[in-house]
Design a protein around this ligand. Structure first.
Ligand code: F6P
Length: 326
């Protein structure tokens, strides 16, 4: 079954009242990610590796593939009548595609190419997306009011990992489903339906180089995982959020990006990294927190807001919280 058939089928059974608009929107995202996957695969053959010489609004070096991915998604979404606003990690401001209306009711937020410092070295990278609907009863022109909604309001989210194979995971609030891109037919085919995250797991994933900068409780957890009492933890850290999250979703454990002295608010972005992955994690039976509350309940106050993130198997997220509360 292809992803388009799967989305249509689930919508027909679970939401018979649905108009097919969300299905169309998701098909624009899947198309964009197929184009991005093709660029990623040929990256060493054509002149698209390396940086552009610019830094983005986050102060990060912009890679050529970042720009290609950003524009590809923008173009694919631009052809859909139902997307009003697009928000990208790469853009300073939201792009208004159409004035929000009952027809153009969706807002799509995305990180076009996550883990871009890994592009040049053939390490897995990804695309993350989140879909919101315009707020009812709010004027169309109040763009930020429509965008700054808590993650609980997401109607869909997902990610694509460009790796040994290209895999897409999505949720529309009824479980998490995974598809693998079949290059021979150019379609995403169902590979895992209703994915569940293992309830626990002895793998922790964190950039331990920052350890002395982490809050005391996080440092204590990192001490504890190495004790005999903890019973043999393993460490895995790729440095691409999508890849570290994908492994955690399938194998269990926990991913942490706590506050550091350099980034006291955390490094990861609430709207296009933490929220969409938190939606996936919870739909798969896992959990995601900023150390104070569920990520999905955080009321965002700014477009490029950052957040601490602890995400993964429920029992392991709870264990981290037993050491650290923000
Ligand atoms: O958001 C950017 C990102 O590249 C994530 O994909 C990744 O988890 C994180 O930054 C890595 O950060 P650091 O290099 O500080 O460990």
């Amino acid at each position: 079954m292809t992803i388009e058939q799967h989305i249509q089928e689930r919508q027909r059974v679970l939401h018979p009242e649905a108009t097919g608009q969300l299905t169309m929107l998701l098909s624009a995202i899947t198309l964009a990610t197929k184009i991005i996957a093709d660029h990623v695969r040929r990256a060493g053959l054509v002149d698209i590796l390396g940086c552009t010489g610019q830094t983005n609004v986050q102060g990060e070096i912009v890679q050529k593939l970042d720009i290609i991915a950003n524009e590809t998604i923008a173009r694919c979404l631009g052809y859909r009548d139902n997307v009003g606003i697009m928000v990208s990690e790469e853009d300073d401001e939201p792009r208004i595609l159409k004035e929000l209306s009952s027809k153009a009711k969706y807002i799509v937020l995305f990180d076009p190419l996550d883990g871009s410092s890994n592009i040049d070295v053939n390490v897995s990278i990804g695309t993350i997306f989140s879909v919101l609907q315009r707020r009812r009863g709010v004027e169309a022109g109040k763009v930020m009011d429509h965008i700054l909604q808590p993650g609980l309001k997401q109607v869909a989210s997902g990610y694509v990992i460009y790796s040994s194979s290209t895999v897409m995971a999505y949720t529309t609030g009824d479980g998490v489903h995974m598809f693998t891109l079949d290059p021979s037919i150019g379609a995403y085919r169902l590979s895992r339906e209703s994915v569940t995250m293992p309830p626990g797991g002895k793998t922790y994933s964190v950039n331990e180089a920052y350890r002395s900068q982490f809050p005391d409780g996080i440092q204590e957890y990192l001490e504890w995982v190495k004790t005999d009492e903890a019973g043999g933890y393993g460490l895995r850290y790729i440095g691409s959020l999508v890849a570290d999250f994908h492994r955690t979703l399938l194998k269990g454990g926990v991913f942490l990006y706590p506050p550091t002295k350099k980034t006291p608010q955390g490094k990861l972005r609430l709207l296009y990294e933490a929220n969409p992955l938190a939606f996936i994690a919870e739909q798969a039976g896992g959990a995601a927190t900023n150390g104070r509350q569920r990520i999905l309940k955080v009321e965002p106050t700014a477009l490029h807001e950052r957040t601490p993130l602890v995400i993964g198997s429920k029992a392991e997220v709870d264990r981290v919280l037993s050491f650290w509360r923000a």
